[in-house]
Design a protein. Structure first.
Ligand code: 2F8
Ligand code: CA
Length: 194
């Protein structure tokens, strides 16, 4: 095969040089455009995430304010309401239900110690009215932690003691079974996802 040997004229060299310069220039411009686009995308994603996080925090703060202004106290994922006066166990529970909550369910030592701060004879969401001797919380679950006072529950003197109260005691174990018709203070609990 015959190759035609094209001579490298100055005009031809200049053309090649321009082509290389223009190509490099285009590459640089493309790189700048890509870099700016990526930075903008990242910025707008970060800004969006920050706005979502800010809105979620604002919502949580509003919920927190709403409850605390009505006298609820926050502890470990729940709000607690301590009554200013006394009622029977059923009437106390009714009050909690009206507030969109229920009588407190104590499911850990931390929660028991939190509840112990409120000194008085106070109803908790514990009862064995369904089946004598089978103590259940108001949500139908059986006890996983027990903080009965020594000798309790005892259905004292053979009388019906079907409702659980906490007593104002120094000891951690301060639960007692007593008559549901007694009038006590009560604590409502509302689990809130903050
Ligand atoms: O000593 C414990 C005992 O104390 C009281 O009875 C004397 C309580 N009675 C009421 O609360 C009505 C019992 O429940 C308790 O076991
Ligand atoms: Ca008792």
């Amino acid at each position: 095969m015959d190759y035609v040997n094209v001579p490298d004229t100055p005009a031809r060299k200049g053309k090649l040089c321009r082509l290389v310069v223009v190509s490099l220039g285009l590459l640089c411009i493309l790189q700048v455009i890509l870099s700016i686009s990526l930075r903008l995308a990242l910025y707008s994603k970060t800004a969006k995430n920050l706005t979502e996080e800010e809105n979620s925090l604002k919502r949580k703060l509003n919920v927190f304010d709403l409850y605390t202004q009505q006298g609820w106290v926050y502890f470990g994922g729940s709000f607690y309401y301590i009554s200013p006066f006394k009622k029977s166990w059923s009437d106390s529970r009714e009050d909690c239900l009206q507030r969109g909550a229920d009588l407190v369910i104590i499911s850990s030592r931390e929660e028991q110690n939190f509840i112990r701060q409120f000194r008085g004879y106070i109803w908790i969401g514990l009862t064995d009215t369904e089946e004598e001797g089978t103590w259940k919380w108001v949500d139908g679950t059986v006890l996983n932690k027990r903080f009965w006072e020594t000798g309790e529950p005892n259905t004292f003197g053979g009388t019906d003691e079907d409702c659980g109260e906490v007593k104002p005691r120094e000891e951690e174990n301060n639960w007692n079974d007593t008559h549901c018709e007694n009038e006590n203070y009560w604590i409502c609990e509302k689990i809130v996802d903050l």
